[in-house]
Design a protein. Structure first.
Length: 627
């Protein structure tokens, strides 16, 4: 299988969004597509599915879009019909349509086996297909995935219309993953997932046999899942081998090398030009001058390599005043609404940076809101120390609306600033020119995040409380915020699902795990090495597809058929062993060469090891049928 785009272009209203696409996918490749917000990553995925039209690009090669092998391409549905009555289990089982169809056929032919000999052969063929396609493991596979995605076994019986939009998206993602298309397209797959689900998805994709193309801003997720990176920059694609970290390193090295080469070529042109000017009008040196001119011609025009598209917000915001040593005190704080979600008893000291992580709905934002007095504690208390000036970023800020312009919205918060100072502050967060006259309602989620941070940092607080600050940010924005917070001398308490962000910023973490809230005085990568592993717990209720109970006679027929299948396989093993044993006893080229004897004995031992579980199963079934 191969999908290839050569010199492709996507246009909207005559304007190119992607001007030169060169992109190839082979069997089993795990590919990341990265780039700035709005660069065209999602558009590229739509081009692969045929949802948007490709035309000839600006490159020199001939345009082409090829698919060999007619691969099945799976991409995430945006949403279900809000009136969908089908249950979650029915939706997930649609990913295993082939297996459920085989199950029904096997049941039918099992009943026919007594009267129809042909039914035995058909059942045998169906059984082999069922076993080969994973019929004995698929139920465990989807039940594990359901649990990791934060659903209970009771949720499987609920209609899809009973779930929220975010939950329906998770069900859609889960169904898509389990259907195992030949090319899997994932656009920001971690957006609605907590850490447990993200880690399950990482492991699943690492074992995934087919091709996968991922658009994501989660750097740690990309590091663990992909081996090829395509970057979209200035409308063009460029391929890098390796994961995200390798891509960043290669891009930097390539740019530095190109810059060095450009400077060397310019320097050589300047040297040759000086020689030409010096000897141009001397008759006996004219030939040499002409030769140098030809050298300059061969070097050609020298362009400085285009720099990174790394426009981002820039601001210095160190606190103007220090807090006391004990900046935040949690004194046996029990937090929750009507039922406790957790208990925390600790002190956050001046300059410490605490990360809060855990699965969706465990109480991370509730803890933050209790600290900020939005929710009363169930018992105990949380308080800030003296001189604490708190900057609070609430993740719901991106849902706020206002008819005010960006300029008015910011100026109302800082009425003493001049118009020039307001423009300068907004410009540091990429609001320049006419952008400042957009209304807040017109801003994207990422722009609202930047505006909120602009207001918070302008106050120069000495304590930052941040609830999911990197949502809607691209990787350049995340890198910038990480650098700013790492250099920040104040205290930080932050909730985030971005493990890379937590690892780069926080020197201490608190984790909701196994029903407890545990504190670790280390960075996230160190926590990964020491965290407790989840013990395997038997499911109290195993939700499986309802099956008609088999009669005792049908059950016995099924076992007898399996015995026949096993006897055929065992006979095949015995035949192979006999051939090898005859070679040892009858073949002179073998029984006179101890090395060959040793090799054949090893082959026989391997066959016996493979045959052993079949013999064990055969023995057990024989005992059961005799009883």
């Amino acid at each position: 299988m191969q999908i290839s785009i050569c010199n492709g272009c996507v246009e909207y209203d005559g304007e190119p969004i992607l001007s030169q696409i060169d992109f190839t996918v082979h069997d089993g490749e795990k590919i990341a597509v990265v780039g700035r917000n709005g660069c065209g990553k999602t558009t590229l995925l739509k081009a692969l599915t045929g949802e948007v039209e490709l035309v000839e690009g600006t490159g020199e090669q001939t345009f082409g879009f090829y698919k060999s092998g007619n691969p099945v391409i799976g991409h995430l549905k945006q949403a279900f019909d809000s009136t969908e009555k089908r249950t979650m289990e029915e939706e997930i089982l649609s990913a295993y349509r082939t297996l459920t169809d085989i199950e029904e056929q096997m049941e039918t032919y099992l009943c026919k086996m007594e009267k129809d000999e042909n039914a035995v052969h058909t059942y045998s063929r169906l059984h082999e297909d069922y076993e080969r396609l994973g019929g004995y493991t698929y139920k465990k596979e989807y039940l594990t995935a359901v649990k990791k995605f934060g659903f209970s076994t009771e949720d499987l019986k609920k209609p899809l219309c009973a779930f929220s939009g975010g939950q329906r998206t998770k069900v859609s993602l889960l169904t898509l993953l389990l259907s195992k298309p030949e090319v899997l397209l994932l656009d920001e797959p971690t957006n609605h997932l907590d850490l447990e689900a993200i880690e399950w998805l990482e492991n699943y994709l690492q074992e995934y046999k087919n091709a996968c193309i991922i658009v994501s801003h989660d750097r740690m997720f990309l590091d663990k899942t992909v081996r090829i990176v395509y970057e979209i920059e200035y409308g063009e694609t460029k391929k890098y081998m390796g994961n995200y970290t390798a891509f960043v390193k290669q891009k930097k090295e390539n740019y530095e090398k190109a810059l060095k080469d450009s400077m060397a070529r310019k320097k050589e042109i300047e040297r040759l030009s000086a020689l030409v000017e010096r000897f141009r009008y001397k008759a006996h040196k004219a030939a040499m001058a002409q030769a140098k001119l030809k050298q300059i011609e061969r070097i050609g025009a020298v362009n400085t390599p285009v720099g990174y598209d790394n426009a981002t917000f820039r601001v210095s915001f160190q606190p103007t005043e220090e807090t006391v040593e004990k900046t935040v005190v949690f004194d046996k704080l029990v937090f929750g609404y009507t039922e406790p979600l957790g208990t925390i008893d600790t002190v956050i000291k001046r300059g410490q940076k605490l990360g809060i992580i855990g699965r969706n709905g465990c109480g991370k934002s509730t803890l933050i809101r209790t600290l900020m007095k939005s929710i009363p504690p169930l018992s105990g208390f949380a308080k800030f120390g003296l001189h604490a000036d708190v900057g609070y970023f609430d993740q719901t800020l991106t849902q706020n609306s206002s008819p005010l312009t960006v300029f008015e919205f910011f100026h109302d918060a800082f009425p003493l600033l001049t118009d020039e100072e307001v423009r300068s502050s907004l410009g540091a967060f990429l609001f320049s020119g006419e952008d400042v006259f957009k209304t807040v309602d017109e801003l994207s989620g990422g722009e609202k995040v930047r505006l909120a941070l602009c207001k918070i940092f302008k106050n120069k607080p000495n304590v930052l409380v941040l609830d999911e600050p990197t949502n809607h940010m691209d990787i350049i924005g995340k890198d910038t915020l990480e650098s700013m917070l790492a250099a920040y001398k104040g205290t930080v308490i932050t909730v985030s699902h971005d493990r890379y962000f937590i690892d780069m910023v926080c020197d201490r973490i608190t984790v909701f795990e196994n029903g407890n809230l545990n504190l670790y005085d280390c960075r996230y990568h160190e926590y990964e090495e020491i965290r407790p592993t989840e013990e395997t717990v038997e499911e109290k209720r195993e939700v499986v597809k309802k099956e008609k109970p088999l009669s005792a006679e049908n059950e016995r027929k099924k076992k007898l058929h399996r015995i026949g299948v096993l006897e055929g396989k065992i006979a095949a093993f015995d035949q192979k062993k006999s051939v090898l044993e005859r070679r040892i006893s009858e073949d002179a080229s073998v029984y006179t060469d101890y090395k060959k004897i040793e090799e054949i004995n090893l082959e026989i031992q391997k066959l016996e090891a493979e045959e052993a579980p079949l013999l064990e199963e055969w023995t057990q079934l024989m005992e059961e049928t005799e009883e």
